[in-house]
Write a protein that binds this ligand. Structure first.
Ligand SMILES: C[S@@+](CC[C@H](N)C(=O)[O-])C[C@H]1O[C@@H](n2cnc3c(N)ncnc32)[C@H](O)[C@@H]1O
Length: 263
């Protein structure tokens, strides 16, 4: 069995219990030292083969899988493996080679970023959608036509931009070009969320590029944008917890009353 395990955003206690258990049971662990804390390796059993994928190609990693056909293998991916985790090609290999695999979800840097900011990303009446995207990298063709940052920015939804800290001016220009954000729209630059050297900068779209530059970071940077990030009291509130909104688990009640609460 090959387990693609989400290691979480950085803090070692943000791996799931299932992920920790898979690590403890693994015969071989492949991990990315550039994005995953080495403290997680303490969960691996003594004697497990531990390999750093930092200097490995996909072929190198697949060769490890191939020479351990009967082993329990854990591939540790940062955050949640389903987001920019490059697990698709490994899954294809598993399917083509008759190898069982599972994906163990992880805490994404998106969730960690919202947590360190102390914000909800989906505020009623303000933003009910979150777009996760990136600037094209060196492999520009990997971002499909229609998914340009400017096109997505036209929605004005909350946006989490991964893998784009190295080109802050282009990032800012593309986000503003969409028309969904103004220079006053709140933005945040979250660097190495939950790591000991975590840094968080709250800013606006007008100062986004300068803020990224000021952070000095270009790699483990998550940029969040949208009105949901505005500080201060919320204009809207969730219907779900409103006294005059009944649903399957609670009757309608007068504001302040305890009627309608489950016994
Ligand atoms: C290869 S992607 C992996 C994303 C990961 N699967 C996730 O769910 O967060 C790496 C990018 O994720 C973001 N990232 C990962 N960990 C981060 C952290 N602790 N703080 C801020 N951004 C992070 C950055 O945008 C970085 O360039």
């Amino acid at each position: 069995m090959i387990a693609f395990v989400g290691a979480g955003p950085g803090a070692p206690d943000l791996i799931t219990l299932r992920g920790r258990d898979r690590l403890a049971a693994a015969d071989a662990v492949v991990w990315a030292s550039s994005l995953v804390p080495d403290a997680l390796l303490a969960h691996a059993r003594p004697g497990a083969v531990v390999l750093d994928s930092a200097g490995m190609t996909l072929e190198d990693v697949l060769a490890v899988y191939a020479i351990h056909p009967e082993s329990a293998i854990v591939r540790l991916h940062s955050g949640d493996p389903a987001l920019y985790g490059a697990i698709g090609e490994q899954i294809d290999w598993c399917l083509a080679n008759g190898r069982d695999f599972e994906i163990v979800p992880g805490v994404s840097s998106l969730a960690a970023g919202a947590a360190v900011l102390g914000r909800e990303l989906t505020v009623p009446g303000v933003a009910q959608s979150v777009i996760l995207t990136r600037l094209p990298g060196r492999t520009a063709g990997s971002v499909p036509a229609g998914e340009s940052l400017a096109a997505l920015a036209a929605h004005g939804a909350t946006m989490g931009v991964f893998l784009s800290g190295a080109r802050p001016e282009e990032l800012q220009a593309q986000l503003l070009a969409g028309g969904g954000y103004t220079p006053e729209t709140p933005a945040a630059v979250v660097v190495r969320a939950t790591w000991p050297d975590e840094a968080v900068y709250e800013t606006t779209m007008a100062d986004l590029a300068a803020t990224v530059r000021r952070s000095g970071a270009s790699r483990t940077v998550l940029v969040l944008v949208g009105e949901a990030l505005a500080p201060g009291p919320r204009a809207g509130r969730s219907h779900l917890y409103s006294p005059d909104y009944a649903h399957a688990f609670r009757r309608r009640s007068a504001p302040g009353s305890t009627a309608g609460r489950p016994a």
